[in-house]
Design a protein around this ligand. Structure first.
Ligand SMILES: [Zn+2]
Length: 150
């Protein structure tokens, strides 16, 4: 009979939760889409629906993507792999945030999709300009074929 050691039964510890001393760590750092300036009310509502349906933090992902690219003149930038895989900490890796945005774009109705896409495309342009291509990468999406911190 195989008995797992106790630590195998515990969920992974979350640096964000420890840092914030927060018992329900998945909501740590959550930014509801209504806190995102410049999005129309209709788009915010549709994003909220996607968040509720999928459990993905779309509003937070957009903000993390923007934060990664701030301040504007610092370059080059290197995406950093996440250290915790919970829905909030995962977004510390900007590439995961970009994945969430891509999923959301696929799920949004046309008008909201067009509005969010304009935002994302502006950030994509900046991301392309300020990260370096990884010529040996075999990753599927272009935002993952960039050099990362090791
Ligand atoms: Zn976490």
């Amino acid at each position: 009979m195989v008995v797992s050691p106790p630590d195998k039964l515990m969920p992974r510890r979350c640096p964000g939760a420890i840092r914030a001393d927060h018992p329900t760590h998945p909501v740590w750092g959550y930014r509801p889409p209504d806190r995102i300036p410049g999005l129309s009310a209709g788009t915010i509502l549709e994003i909220l629906r996607v968040e509720q349906r999928t459990g993905q933090l779309v509003g937070t992902a957009l903000l993390r993507y923007r934060e990664f690219l701030s301040p504007p003149r610092q370059w080059p930038l290197y995406p950093m792999p996440d250290v915790c895989s919970c829905p909030s900490c995962r977004l510390d890796d900007v590439r995961n945030a970009r994945d969430v945005l891509e999923d959301a774009l696929e799920q949004l109705p046309p008008r909201a999709r067009a509005e969010l896409r304009r935002r994302v495309m502006a950030l994509d342009k900046e991301y392309r300009r300020r990260t370096l291509p990884d010529l040996w990468s075999d990753q599927e999406t272009w935002w993952r074929r960039r050099l990362t911190v090791h």
